[in-house]
Design a protein around this ligand. Structure first.
Ligand code: GUN
Ligand code: FE
Length: 452
């Protein structure tokens, strides 16, 4: 399959939107301003009054009807699972893994994995997600890296490590195999594609990882500064009971006891934590990836996100995998992140600005790339999204505050019209420039039939 030609590849461009939602420290919203992009970075944000666009010596991108926002950041994704969308509904976590996801992931060929990753990337890019933290899979991880690099997305990714598996014993490898393949992959791909791709070490969860694997993986990270440690934690009550039986502790307590918690650790879910564990996350600056759709669909529960935010624990958002969601749109995650807390706490928690920040700058902070992305500010990379909010099903905008409401409560990926990463358009005019959708679907079907 061939990638479609990128439409515009110019070094210097001026992007003129209707308004700019900066997500800077003052949460400024700018009107009548343009963003100048030079070599993929935001060179300046300039008032239209101070600019003669007709004399501009670069490319002028006129998006005067659209709202410019930072690209979304998702901190927990499984691209390898996209092909299994709709094949694992209505199951709780351990059954879902045992009966469906482990056998499916284990059956992946290089070609089916490629098809899965492309479908996932298409879903993410067309929904305005420009950075992801991906969990990867046990075998053929190099295919995922190839596709991340080809697509142009900004990503942290890594081989999903598993050296034991009581749920589905065929799907694991030895400790040494896991450590060696991970080290080799990190050597090859950490800081690849102009540093857009970095390594995210990914021991899957306590139930699939020996203590040796977890500890040595953490140790290995020292050779790869800027990488992160990504795992699942405290998602489901049966999982937690099993972890307790195995280790005598709950997930976060166990992780702390073996020394793997710090500011580079990202824990997906954290639905059920005891008070001591919440304190431990805070004192160790651990990051929580909140996955509300997945937590609801697998019946896992509702994480106490307002409490984590109050305790100043880092929280960001992720769609998790397609078979537990069943889409990868951040708009669903933002809307649910807000709504599910209101009946439990009160309707004032998880206001729209807070939620929008979780999907942008807080994701960047979780990954320690907030100096590069997550907001629209001079010097940052031009990872940008243009939304059409001038629709009959959107708020009639009288004030700036309504923009957050519009994005969090009234929008979906249908509102995404253009997406840029490092100053390169990957979507324009509402169409993905990187993939041919029909071809992706055809290839997906061809490969899926062979493996399920
Ligand atoms: N725990 C271990 N593996 C997985 C997975 O693939 N998805 C989710 N949601 N939880 C997990
Ligand atoms: Fe997950």
């Amino acid at each position: 399959m061939k990638y479609l030609q990128r439409k515009i590849k110019m070094k210097r461009k001026l992007l003129i939107p209707k308004q700019i939602v900066t997500v800077n420290s003052k949460n400024e919203i700018l009107h009548d301003h343009a963003v100048e992009i030079v070599n993929g970075k935001i060179e300046r944000i300039v008032s239209l009054k101070d600019l003669r666009t007709s004399e501009y010596d670069g490319d002028v991108l006129d998006y005067r009807n659209y709202t410019l926002i930072p690209g979304f950041i998702q901190t927990h994704i499984h691209l390898c699972q996209t092909l299994f969308r709709g094949l694992a509904d209505d199951l709780e976590l351990l059954d879902w893994l045992q009966k469906r996801i482990f056998p499916y992931e284990n059956s992946h060929t290089k070609n089916s994995l490629r098809a899965s990753v492309r479908l996932g990337l298409h879903d993410l890019l067309t929904g305005g997600t420009t950075t992801i933290l991906d969990m990867g899979t046990l075998h053929h991880q190099e295919i995922i890296f190839d596709e991340l690099i080809e697509s142009g997305i900004r990503a942290f990714a890594g081989n999903c490590m598993m050296d034991k598996n009581e749920l589905y014993p065929a799907f694991c490898e030895t400790t040494d195999w896991n450590l060696k393949s991970t080290y080799d992959l990190a050597k090859s791909f950490h800081n690849s594609n102009n540093s857009k791709v970095k390594y995210g070490f990914a021991p899957r969860f306590v139930l699939s990882c020996s203590e040796k694997l977890l500890k040595e993986t953490k140790e290995m990270m020292k050779d790869f500064p800027g990488s992160v440690f990504h795992t699942h934690s405290s998602e489901n009550k049966s999982e937690i009971e099993t972890v307790k039986r195995m280790t005598g502790k709950e997930n976060v307590e166990y992780f702390e006891s073996i020394g793997i918690l710090d500011q580079n650790t990202i824990l997906a879910h954290c639905v059920h934590l005891n008070d001591n564990e919440v304190k431990t996350l805070k004192t160790n600056s651990v990051r929580v990836a909140h996955c509300p759709s997945s937590n609801l669909k697998l019946g896992s529960g509702i994480a106490n996100i307002p409490r984590y935010i109050k305790e100043e624990i880092s929280v960001s958002l992720g769609a998790d995998g397609a078979p537990c969601n069943n889409g990868l749109s951040i708009f669903n995650e933002m809307r649910l992140a807000a709504l599910i807390q209101k009946p439990i706490h009160n309707s004032t928690v998880m206001d729209t600005l807070t939620v929008f920040r979780l999907a942008t700058i807080e994701g960047a902070k979780a990954l320690h790339i907030e100096n590069e992305v997550g907001s629209i500010e001079t010097g940052k990379k031009a990872d940008l999204v243009l939304l059409d909010l001038e629709k009959a099903d959107q708020p009639i905008q009288l004030s700036d505050d309504q923009i957050y409401s519009s994005i969090v409560y009234s929008s979906s990926k249908e509102n995404v019209k253009a997406v840029m990463i490092d100053g390169e358009l990957v979507m324009d005019d509402g169409r993905c420039l990187m993939f041919d959708e029909e071809e992706l679907v055809g290839k997906g079907k061809e490969e899926l039939i062979k493996i399920v």
